[in-house]
Design a binder for this molecule. Structure first.
Ligand SMILES: Cc1cc2nc3c(=O)[nH]c(=O)nc-3n(C[C@H](O)[C@H](O)[C@H](O)COP(=O)(O)OP(=O)(O)OC[C@H]3O[C@@H](n4cnc5c(N)ncnc54)[C@H](O)[C@@H]3O)c2cc1C
Length: 480
């Protein structure tokens, strides 16, 4: 930002005296973005008595959170204790740091891990979210069962429950079809005092706010920003929400905020193709494997679904065939995403490997050889040549298979924030009155690429930081 010229006008409306503007609405806390982070921030602020106005760009709330499997990691919850699982925030932070090569801020990572159990308890007790501990499988990167989700493993139900909770608060107003267009700031320190919103059918609306929370996710739907920061995924299949066009990050940057880890992202190596439905990674975690068009496995699939996307995209045609069996099928049958895969025709059933090879046009001899080798490793008879050590047991007929591809899910770089979720400038000072959570804030997945992403880092940053942002904004208003 060129301080002499002030922030760019298309991003920031800079005024000398906010009292001279004709404001359409005045609130305590203005939340931009109606996904998981924004809804949780709104609830946390409203619970502390703040008047909240949340605007959502699209005609429905939810964003990527609706598309997600609602998997939220938390350490030290009562659900873990009931299941006899010994976990701690320190261990959770260490797992996340190990996966991202110790590249995320260690204090903030530990802070978020420490807040994670409080988030889950609050969601269940105060917000009436139906969460349970997921013990069917251990997600790669997590050394303990610490993923909490709803029964259907589907984010849309989480969002609906968050919206119902918001509806119970008289001090939360939600506006749809209401994209925020720019922030309003004042003074030499660019203190944020509100935002300009384009409300469908009404037009430009100026909302004055004592605190503004940016919860607009990242820039995975913004081709220009992708080409700048993550060129390797700029042409990849994007499986996330179209609303995530990065303006929150651009506004923050225009106010002097520090951008961090802009090359980091979450991808996924198991999107059914061309059906466009998510074949949950639990299939691989429980013992499934993938082959390329040559009938060969190409990597240890167990490392993680995010980095696996590039491995799949590097195969002939950018696709792979994922193979699993009845045991795995029966576990994931409860998952709504898996049911959508079945409904879309992506999942096919075979009595033997030869039939599977024929259906997917794979060389049968090579596939049988690959399968036998995988089975020997899964039975512990010989080491896996690709180094996989987790199998969940050998596969038994009947087999199931789907063609999959790699896709971009969301970006993990964003605005630097502190422990109160305040947006931080390059000089270390907060941008007055501005908070960020979810994909608008920097995540916990390292500086670049897909490999630093630990399973469920996305909702961790969205929900934990969203709650912290809502609480901090409301507490600061009360002078607490
Ligand atoms: C298919 C899929 C599955 C996933 N599964 C998981 C999982 O199980 N666990 C996990 O941890 N992570 C998962 N993720 C990642 C996770 O969904 C995201 O990291 C998380 O939902 C981000 O939450 P958010 O609130 O920051 O953003 P979102 O939920 O995307 O919400 C942002 C909202 O802001 C709105 N918005 C954007 N710009 C504006 C504007 N100018 N004005 C007003 N509103 C605006 C958008 O329309 C959107 O509704 C998954 C992602 C995908 C795509």
């Amino acid at each position: 930002m060129n301080q002499a010229q002030g922030p760019k006008e298309d991003l920031i409306l800079h005024v000398d005296d906010p009292d001279t503007l004709s404001w359409d609405v005045e609130v305590d806390v203005f939340v931009i973005g109606g996904g998981g982070s924004g809804l949780v921030a709104a609830l946390a602020a409203a619970e502390r008595g703040a008047e909240v106005f949340l605007v959502e760009k699209e005609k429905a709330a939810g964003g990527n959170t609706s598309l997600s499997q609602a998997m939220v990691p938390a350490a030290g919850t009562r659900f873990q204790k009931e299941a006899g699982i010994d976990d701690s925030p320190e261990l959770m932070a260490e797992d996340i740091l190990k996966k991202n090569g110790y590249e995320s801020n260690p204090e903030l990572t530990l802070h978020v891990a420490r807040e994670s159990a409080r988030l889950v308890h609050w969601l269940v007790d105060n917000v009436e979210i139906n969460f349970e501990l997921v013990t069917d499988f251990l997600y790669p990167g997590h050394s303990r069962h610490r993923i909490h989700s709803n029964r259907s493993r589907k984010g849309v139900h989480l969002v609906n429950e968050l919206l119902q909770a918001a509806g119970r608060h008289k001090n939360i107003l939600v506006g749809y079809n209401a994209p925020a267009k720019r922030l309003v700031a004042t003074g030499s320190d660019n203190a944020v005092v509100g935002a300009e919103v384009e409300i469908q059918g009404i037009g430009k609306n100026l909302a004055r706010a004592k605190k503004v929370i940016l919860a607009l996710n990242g820039f995975a739907a913004n081709g220009e920003m992708l080409r700048k920061y993550i060129p390797e995924m700029s042409e990849a299949y994007y499986f996330g929400h179209e609303g995530n066009t990065g303006e929150g990050i651009l506004w923050g940057e225009a106010l002097g905020a520090q951008l961090e880890c802009m090359g980091a992202y979450q991808a996924h190596g198991s999107v059914a193709y061309p059906h466009g439905t998510l074949l949950t990674w639990v299939v691989v975690t429980l013992g499934g494997y993938q082959v390329n068009r040559g009938g060969k496995r190409f990597v240890n699939e167990y490392r993680g679904y995010s980095e696996h996307a590039l491995d799949v995209l590097n195969q002939e045609g950018g696709v792979a065939v994922e193979i699993f069996d009845q045991r795995i099928h029966d576990v994931v049958l409860n998952y709504e995403d898996f049911q959508q895969c079945i409904e879309s025709g992506a999942i096919r059933k075979f009595s033997d490997i030869e039939g599977l090879a024929e259906a997917f046009h794979l060389p049968p001899d090579e596939l049988v050889r690959t399968h036998d080798e995988f089975q020997r490793a899964a039975r512990g008879e010989s080491p896996d040549p690709l180094g996989r050590t987790e199998f969940g047991g050998p596969l038994e007929p009947p087999f199931y298979a789907a063609q999959v591809t790699g896709a971009l899910f969301h970006t993990q770089g964003g605005l630097k924030v502190n422990h109160q979720a305040q947006v931080i400038r390059g000089d270390g000072r907060p941008v007055p009155n501005l908070y960020a959570g979810g994909g608008t804030a920097v995540g916990f997945s390292g500086t670049s690429g897909p490999a630093g992403y630990s399973s469920a880092n996305g909702l961790l940053g969205a929900l934990v930081l969203g709650k912290i942002a809502g609480e901090s904004a409301a507490n600061e208003l009360k002078g607490a």
